[in-house]
Design a protein around this ligand. Structure first.
Ligand SMILES: [Zn+2]
Length: 346
């Protein structure tokens, strides 16, 4: 296992809210040329990097500012997929059924990769020296969630198996491009651990990451859903144990703040096998955690996870949290962590 050099390391999950102008522009992309879009994405990444660097984080991402819309996100890179809005609910309260599904109309292949390498290289170009640069890629089980089975790919597991080599190749390419910090997001595994075969989940995960184990600081992000700030899973860590202890990762990230730190004691067995990043910032709540709240929450984590194995982070990506709140939450999280580390708050 690679050693964590910073005690109570401050990190993020991946996504960051889009600036308003980016959201507006992404709905009018047909009016922009490719060069305009590239400039727009760079500007958005610069803004996301700025906020994270200003907060003083140890680990930053590109804020996933390139994942503008369906066509530019991961499914846009995979051939053999066709959008299916036939059952999509368009109005009413926010829920997952407002996202379209997709038919599989051919072989699932990604001849040009999944885009994460390009995102990482852009981040490397734009970020200042200092923070660790992290790339996040959804794992194949989570990625299969919006694809409908057909005669060739008969169920979600068959689709997962077809996507697995595409994700694995992207991870290998990220390492080859010099990425040293990689998260494979598998929140669908934490959401459905209560009803699915958790050994099967771990087998899928470990086969996905196999070629990059030991070649980077590898982590996974597990949460209970965050569609427009709403969870979707059975919010308990218990069903993940003991099987998830066998995940081939250096670090596991788990949502805690929105669940008011329920089952925090269950992080102890994880900390005995790997580093643990705890979600101590609630991305679904507009209450801004104070520096003292953060200190108190870190101290609760330290009862079960030693400082040299602990990272702190928001519960999930910040894409569903207004930017003004995201910014202040990150600032306070870093200040709290520095206070616990005994560093001066400059
Ligand atoms: Zn999440």
């Amino acid at each position: 296992m690679s050693k964590q050099t910073i005690p109570v390391r401050t990190t993020v999950v991946g996504s960051y809210p889009f600036p308003g102008w980016l959201e507006f522009s992404s709905k009018n992309l047909n009016q922009f040329g490719p060069a305009d879009i590239e400039e727009m994405i760079e500007d958005a990444v610069i803004a996301a990097v700025h906020d994270q660097v200003a907060a003083g984080l140890d680990v930053i991402t590109d804020g996933e500012q390139t994942r503008l819309d369906f066509n530019l996100s991961f499914y846009g890179y995979i051939k053999g997929i066709q959008n299916n809005e036939s059952e999509t609910r368009k109005f009413g309260p926010a829920a997952h059924d407002q996202r379209g599904k997709n038919n599989i109309v051919g072989e699932l292949v990604a001849p040009n990769g999944l885009g994460a390498v390009k995102e990482f290289l852009r981040l490397k170009k734009l970020a200042p020296a200092g923070p660790i640069l992290k790339a996040s890629v959804p794992g194949p089980y989570t990625l299969s969630g919006r694809l409908l089975p057909n005669d060739k790919y008969k169920d979600r597991y068959a689709i997962t198996e077809a996507l697995l080599p595409l994700v694995r190749k992207e991870l290998e390419d990220l390492v080859a491009a010099g990425c040293t910090e990689i998260t494979v997001d598998e929140p669908s595994m934490s959401c459905y651990a209560y009803k699915e075969d958790t050994k099967r989940f771990v087998d899928i995960f470990n086969r996905t990451v196999k070629p990059i184990v030991g070649k980077c600081n590898l982590s996974t992000h597990l949460c209970f859903g965050n569609f427009k700030g709403r969870p979707v899973g059975y919010r308990s860590i218990k069903p993940m144990l003991p099987d998830f202890l066998d995940l081939s990762v250096n670090e596991i990230h788990i949502e805690m703040a929105n669940r008011e730190f329920a089952e925090i004691e269950l992080l102890k067995p994880f900390a005995e096998k790997m580093n643990v990043a705890v979600g101590i910032i609630d991305v679904k709540n507009y209450y801004i955690e104070t520096v003292n709240d953060v200190v108190e929450r870190i101290n609760r984590c330290l009862k079960y996870i030693p400082a040299e194995k602990l990272s702190v982070a928001p519960d999930c990506g910040l894409s569903q949290t207004a930017r003004w709140a995201s910014r202040q939450k990150l600032i306070n999280m870093v200040k709290g962590a520095k206070k616990v580390r005994g560093e001066s708050l400059t």
